[in-house]
Design a protein around this ligand. Structure first.
Ligand code: ZN
Ligand code: ZN
Length: 181
């Protein structure tokens, strides 16, 4: 995963804004985690960081467009990414003072980490977490997507398949004979 780490002591104590338009921030982990999602239109991110006594406040936004497969018919589907977030992340030292335990904490996907005694902000972890939260889990090409026929696999948005007429399921006959009053 593309790493963007900034030492906490290099952050302006009054707050500082960072901007990124490097697509590797997204394309690398998308590949790494084998997600069927591609960048369709440049993804940009902006984060304002305000160091506090026990951690940092982050206010940020992520914008762009991704292409995924429709959850019903698998056709390519474009979704807008629009994440706005306000987060407080605690410094690991505030949680635990024991060095061993700090190492354990680093295994979790934390935003503020300690490496060789230096406290770092891992922006890549923050951005990826927010990106994943906003990514559609069941993208649809249209809200009315009819999906594919479970029997022949035809994309039903392109028209009906032959299966419907040949459906001999007796339970369906009951429904067919019902008249809507
Ligand atoms: Zn669809
Ligand atoms: Zn069919």
């Amino acid at each position: 995963m593309k790493q963007i780490k900034v030492s906490l002591k290099d952050i302006d104590p009054n707050g500082q804004t960072f901007q990124w338009d490097d697509q590797l921030i997204w394309s690398e982990p998308l590949l790494e985690f084998n997600l069927s999602c591609k960048i369709h239109e440049k993804i940009t991110a902006e984060v304002f960081v305000l160091p506090e006594k026990e951690g940092c406040f982050f206010r940020g936004k992520i914008r762009g467009k991704v292409s995924q497969s429709c959850d019903r018919c698998t056709e390519e589907t474009i979704s807008s990414i629009s994440a706005d977030f306000d987060e407080f992340e605690a410094c690991p030292q505030q949680i635990l003072d024991d060095e061993e335990d700090i190492e354990e904490l680093e295994d979790e996907n934390r935003v503020i980490i300690v490496e060789n005694g230096v406290t770092l902000i891992d922006f890549s972890a923050l951005l990826w977490e927010e990106f994943i939260l906003t990514l559609p889990t069941k993208p649809l090409c249209t809200k009315l997507c009819k999906g594919v026929c479970p029997q022949c696999g035809k994309n039903l948005n392109e028209g009906l398949c032959a299966c419907e007429d040949e459906d001999k399921d007796p339970r369906m006959n009951v429904l067919r004979n019902l008249k809507i009053q």
